[in-house]
Structure formats: C-alpha cells, structure tokens
Design a protein around this ligand. Structure first.
Ligand code: ATP
Length: 341
C-alpha cells in the first residue's frame, strides 16, 4: 500500500516560489493500477517523482508498506528504490549500450553474478517479447520496442511498485494499446502495483482501476474509473471525458419551459438493452426526443450516456423522471447553468 499524507512540493524558481503539490492525500491499494490524470503543469510528474524521492518533498509523508520513504537515509533509500521501478516518456535508455546491457544495468549495480544476470535478462526480454533484439542498440528500435526495454529494465529487481511517467505519450495509439496491455499483464501476473500518470483519459479508461484527478497541485476528484465515467463531479474531469452535455446544440439553450425538460441518463452494462424509455413514454404519455448518445467501453464495462428531451404535461414529466431514477439509472435534469457551461 502507498499512503501519501499531506504532501507538498514547493519549487524555488529563481527566488519565486512555485507550489507544485498542495497538501496531497492519497491511498493506493496493493496490486491496483492507479491513474493520476491532469493537465500540463498540474503537478503529476512532481507527485510521481516524490514517491521514489527523485524529487524531495517539501513537507508531508509517503509510506510504502508502512515504511516512511521520506525519512530514509541515502543507503536505505537506495535499497527501497529497488522495489520501485520507473518508466519514462522518453524511455531514458543508454544509447551506446545494447538492449541486453540496458536491462542488465540495474542488476549489475545490485551486484548479481554474471550467470544470474544473463538468466534474468533473457527472462525479462521474453516477458516483453524482445528476445531477438537483445544485441540491438536503442537507435535500431521503434518507440514501442524502446518502451518494452524500459519496462524490462524497470522490472529487473522484482519491484513491488511500477511508476509510469507519461510512458505512452510519445507513442502512436496502436503502440500505446500494446504497451498498456503489457502493463496490465504484468500487473495480473506479478501483482505489481502500477501508478500511471497521464494527460490522456484513454489511458485511464484502458487499464486503470482507480483514478485521481489533479489540478493546480491538488487532488480534486478520486474514484473508481467506472464511477468517474458514469458520474464525473469536477468540471475538469468532465472536460477530460468529453461529457455528453458539452457542445450542446444551440436550440437547447433557449428552452427552459415547464413542459420540456432536458435529461441526461447514464447507465452501465445490461441496462442498455432494457426498453426503459419506451415503457416510460407509454406509462406517462410523454414524448421523448433523443438528442445525443454515446457508449464508452471502460475496463470492459459499457457505459452509456443519453441526452433526451421529455415533453408533455409538467406533472407527467416529473413522474417520468422519478420513474427513470427508480429503474436504477443515473438521471440528471439539466439546468441552464449546466447547459450554458
Ligand atoms: N524544477 C522545477 N523548478 C521550478 N518549478 C518547477 C520545477 N518542476 C516543475 N515545476 C513547476 O511545478 C508545477 C508542476 O509541474 P509538473 O511537471 O509536476 O506538472 P505536470 O502535471 O507533470 O506537467 P506536464 O504534464 O507538463 O509535465 C508547474 O508549474 C511547473 O512549472
């Protein structure tokens, strides 16, 4: 378990103080894939780099399995870091060393005998599907292959935690997917906790279990990925997931009549196939116009969103909305404030 308590990081930029992290509190469960998403400058890198103290926190505590990382001396920190692997956006490989040598590097530093190093390196290269490239140099590899080397190197010392600092940001969408699948496999096979920082919701959607949204150095929202998609609360989160109420047609903005209500419905999985809306129309004698709809796949669960207008007798509209809520759907009646956003 990673426990971050009251963590702050203040940089001194030429006499000017920059508050990069402002009293962060987070708990990351063992074996989970935890995403931290935020816009550029939100504090993501600072946060992830404080976990292994590549960046020194200004104040606060970070516990990993009850060991206070922030209080360790240099020698103990070196030991603790063996259990925290890290991968980077630009891979950080040694350019004049082969793939084999890059992966062997942390094992040599740890003082393993040659035979052991060779066995472990080939085991890791098999895991990331790069055995045949062992003698290649980084310049002879594609971006995806370079990141696979980065992953193999990060896993060399059997870490319990893998930190990923925008590891797929420099890759095309297809390669991104294959790297994310590899990370998921590693998480499942070895139970390694993975902390991913990213500015892309697609990355979160693909593999994370839980997500925290960071803005101006503060965590503004934290939830399971499925909950976040169904029910985002912060405005920034809504912009990340392109909420269905964004860029609504002009015609909606002029209407706030009692005989017409705009309703956003969110649903998960099986409810998609239930004819809830047609039943509602029959039961309450209202008309429904579907304005927008979308279905997203989040961690293999389909999450649907539907924006409808309900017109008819105002009382019947209210009963219809109650009925939708009773069926277990998440229902939000759009107010002007929401519509005008
Ligand atoms: N070494 C530093 N010295 C001074 N200010 C810094 C330093 N590193 C980061 N900052 C500032 O701290 C804030 C958070 O930066 P950080 O790199 O953690 O954000 P980020 O979310 O990772 O951004 P990006 O996605 O652009 O990398 C920013 O305002 C940044 O300018």
């Amino acid at each position: 378990m990673i426990k971050i308590q009251n963590l702050s990081k203040i940089y001194d930029a030429g006499g000017q103080k920059v508050i990069a992290l402002d009293n962060i509190n987070l708990t990351i469960k063992d074996g989970s894939i935890f995403g931290i998403i935020g816009l550029s400058g939100a504090g993501k890198s600072s946060l992830v780099r404080c976990i292994n103290r590549l960046e020194e926190p200004t104040s606060g505590r970070i516990y990993i399995d009850d060991i206070d990382i922030t209080s360790l001396d240099k020698k103990s920190l070196r030991e603790a870091r063996k259990k925290i692997g890290m991968i980077f956006q630009h891979f950080n490989l040694l350019s004049n060393a082969t793939v084999f040598e890059n992966v062997a590097f942390p094992l040599m530093i740890a003082g393993y005998p040659k035979k052991k190093i060779k066995e472990r390196v080939y085991e890791l290269l098999r895991l990331v599907d790069l055995e045949e490239k062992s003698q290649a140099y980084p310049s002879q590899l594609s971006g995806g292959q370079k990141q696979r080397v980065g992953i193999a190197r990060a896993l060399a010392n059997h870490p319990r935690i893998l930190l990923s600092d925008e590891a797929t940001s420099a890759l095309d969408p297809k390669t991104t997917k294959s790297i994310l699948h590899l990370l998921k496999d590693i998480n499942r096979k070895f139970g390694i906790t993975i902390v991913i920082i990213t500015h892309e919701m697609d990355v979160i959607k693909e593999i994370c279990d839980e997500v925290a949204v960071i803005e101006n150095g503060k965590i503004i929202e934290q939830a399971s990925v499925v909950d976040l998609f169904t029910n985002p609360s912060a405005d920034t989160t809504r912009t990340f997931i392109e909420d269905i109420t964004e860029s609504l047609p002009e015609s909606i903005k002029i209407s706030s009549k009692p005989d017409e209500k705009f309703v956003k419905i969110s649903f998960r999985g099986s409810i998609t196939s239930e004819p809830v809306i047609s039943r509602m129309i029959k039961k309450f004698d209202v008309d429904v116009n579907i304005i927008k709809g979308s279905v997203d796949n989040v961690r293999d669960i389909s999450i649907g969103k539907l924006l409808i207008s309900i017109t008819g007798n105002p009382d019947n509209i209210l009963h219809s909305i109650e009925y939708l809520k009773e069926t277990g759907l998440k229902v939000e009646v759009l107010t002007n404030e929401l519509v005008d956003r």
